[in-house]
Structures are given as C-alpha cells and as structure tokens.
Design a protein around this ligand. Sequence first.
Ligand SMILES: [Zn+2]
Length: 235
Amino acid sequence: MPKHCQECKSELSSGQIRCGQCGLIQEEFVYKSRVAAATLAIVAGMFGLHRFYLGKWWGVFYLLFFWTYIPALIGLIEGIVFLATDQKNWNAKYNQGLSAGSERGGVVIFVLFLPMFAVFGILAAVAIPAYHDYTLRTKVVAAHAEAKAIIPLVEEFAFENERWPMTEDLQLPALNNPLLAERRVEEGDIIINMAKDTGISGSFIYQSNSTNTGIKWSCAESTIEAKYLPQECRQ
Ligand SMILES: [Zn+2]
C-alpha cells in the first residue's frame, strides 16, 4: 500500500520522508545524529550498536564477531570518521539531506578520550620514575662488577702480606668505565664512587672481614641509596 503525505495526501515513494508536493517532513522521520552515532561507535562499536542506530541490519556482524576485537577497532575508526564528517555530507547520507542544525562532536572526543588520557597520565607517572630507577640500578651494576674484579687482588695481597692493602699496594687495572669516578682500597675495603653525571651519590662499598673460613665480603655498608643497590647489598 503506497504511503501518502500526512498533510496534502499526495503519494510518497517508499522511504520518502519529505513530501515532494508540500515539503512536509513526515512524522516517522527520525533524525540520525552524527555525534550519537560516533559515541555509540566508539563506546559500543564492538556490538555494532552504531550500525543498528543508523538502521543498518548488518550491525549484526559486529555482534557476531565482537570477540575478535576487530569490530571494536572498526567501531573506533568509524566513530572518528563520523566525528570528522561534514554535517552536510552526513545529512545527505543518513538523513535524506534533512538537517537538525549543527552538531558539535568535539565534546565527544573530550569526554570519551579524557579517561584514556588520564590512564596514560597515571601510567606515565608510575612508569617514568620506575624506568629512571631501573636505569640507575643498571649503572650501579657497573660499580658492583668493578668491585668484584678487585676482590681477588685484595685477597691475594692479604694472604701474602698478612695485612689489608691500601690502593697503592695493589696494581689495579686501568679504570676505563665512564660511569665510575673513583676507586680506592682502604684497609682491604673496596670503595667505588659513581661519576657525578650518573646522578648517583654515595659509595659502593665492599667490606672485607676475616673469618675462620676465609675472607667474607659484604656490600651492605654501601652508602648509595638502597633502591639502586643490587639485592645482595640491601639490608
Ligand atoms: Zn505533502
């Protein structure tokens, strides 16, 4: 049964919502909002809600495949495309050229992406200091390795001379690690200072202690901040 204009009763073709004779917009016309479609696409695109909203039955494919996450990605992209679409082009495509005034999509971007920015901000606030600490720890590893390399020299000297060596008693290999500024041996204790530009203050200290079973080494007396020290040196 052909439809007729609610005003002038002239015949309308199927789907026609604006009368060609008197120009009346028929009551069944539902305006499809660009911003609403974009919001649905971004928030619930994985279920195809934006497609159902726009009267497209094939939103069901989004629903069927939502578990692959691909519909969610497509929805997100479509939402951004909707927001970037010119209102006039939108109306031509989804509203038979009829307008409901201009829609502002900027607020959608702001509201939807604000939590995302917040999450990134929080992650950055946690990750950046953690990464900073991590890089400093890797630098202290250099001091640890340098000290370990000196241990056999100290032990050898102590066994041969029956006293603890000072720096000048030992023939230390050249210090060629730019992370390390100073290296000395005091009464058998090995003390290493990091270069200033590493941002690490304090000393890495390996203390020598003679016991019944030989020399025991401890780095627990190091004055570098504990969180930068290797696990075995933390008290
Ligand atoms: Zn009419």
